[in-house]
Design a protein. Structure first.
Length: 356
């Protein structure tokens, strides 16, 4: 009679043999069109260079219609945002906040008013813009292989598919010979959407060739008024349920947020709806008629809108203005540091006095 140990060894050998057979079957059964054009998985850095980012710095709403949760920190901290981390040293973060406070407080009266905060928000937003312009120069060179100062749709398409793991030389050859590309449905859908944006970024007369400035509009639509309009159309198209090209509150808060499986997820969903309701009623719906038009959404989306910057400044002050004087003192900013920086600064009061 076989021992238990021998039986387990035999069972393990059988399992490994079967696994090897299944792996061979998978290799030989795989469709030829998938393996012929696919290479190693795309490097995320390469893909990020040519794929328009989902997250637009300094913009209140993302291209997919979600609110930018980091907007307050982006327009208050600017380039310093990455330095404020949860595990960073509280004392150093306090000193950084004190430096920022002194820069915002241009009249040196030890408090920040709405106009001062508005000026700072516009300055930080412009900082994001300049950063995007510099990055765009590098990204443009990556997709302009012949260096002629223009990128054709086919050149971009080849680089994009290469970033997705397709064989760049084979893709280029097939496009040159007008041969059919064997592309999966998901990738094809992304390409179709990108081509729509490519057309929009292509200034008249349309030639499907983008120069560096047009390519910037393609990657960062917040830099172009025309592309802002296109982004607004896309958002309304996704949210508008009755086809009237306007948004009601119910349409705006109905964007899918995932399946609620437990109470914690329910709380997250409730907070999400609460945030969107507040933004709709208090900010986007400028005339408070319960309807958001394309014009209202476009003004809301425009990061260089000075009225929006002033409104945002007042909102940011209201969050931490404990003494209700419509200004922010250093102690208030430190107490509500998580709102402004995303990190928690402990023992703020004691340390403020130590610093002074």
């Amino acid at each position: 009679m076989m021992s238990k140990q021998a039986f387990l060894c035999s069972l393990g050998s059988l399992y490994l043999s079967l696994l090897f057979v299944f792996l061979l079957m998978d290799v030989y059964a795989r469709p030829a069109n998938n393996s012929a054009l696919r290479e190693k998985p795309a490097d995320s850095k390469d893909e990020n260079e040519i794929l328009p980012p989902d997250h637009l710095n300094g913009v209140k709403m993302e291209m997919d219609g979600h609110l930018n949760k980091e907007f307050h920190q982006e327009v208050f901290l600017g380039k310093d945002m990455e330095e404020f981390e949860e595990d960073s040293e509280p004392r150093k973060n306090r000193k950084k906040l004190m430096v920022i406070f002194s820069k915002v407080d241009i009249n040196n009266d030890k408090k920040i008013g709405a106009k001062e905060m508005q000026r700072w928000i516009m300055e930080k937003t412009d900082e994001h813009f300049q950063e995007a312009v510099e990055e765009n120069k590098m990204h443009f060179r990556a997709v302009d292989p012949d260096g002629d100062g223009h990128v054709s749709w086919d050149e971009y398409k080849i680089k994009f598919l290469a970033s997705k793991g397709f064989n760049e030389k084979e893709i280029a050859e097939k496009i040159k010979n007008n041969e059919e590309l064997k592309i999966d449905e998901e990738t094809q859908e992304v390409l179709d959407n990108l081509k729509d944006r490519w057309y929009q970024a292509d200034n008249p007369p349309p030639d499907l060739l983008l120069n560096e400035e047009e390519f910037l509009s393609f990657l960062h639509p917040e830099h172009s008024r025309g592309m802002l309009k296109f982004m607004v159309k896309e958002i309304i198209r996704d949210l508008d349920q009755d086809g009237d090209k306007k948004l009601t509150l119910s349409e705006f808060i109905s964007l899918p947020v995932g399946t609620v499986e437990n109470q914690q997820a329910q709380d997250i969903d409730d907070d999400w709806v609460k945030d969107r309701r507040k933004e709709f009623e208090e900010v986007i719906d400028a005339n408070h008629d319960g309807i958001v038009t394309m014009e209202e959404l476009e003004e809301y989306m425009d990061p260089m809108n000075e009225y929006n910057a002033l409104n945002e400044a007042k909102q940011m002050i209201a969050v931490a203005d404990e003494n209700q004087n419509h200004h922010l003192e250093l102690e208030e900013i430190l107490k509500y540091s998580e709102y402004f920086t995303g990190s928690k600064l402990m023992d703020y009061a004691r340390n403020v006095h130590e610093e002074f």
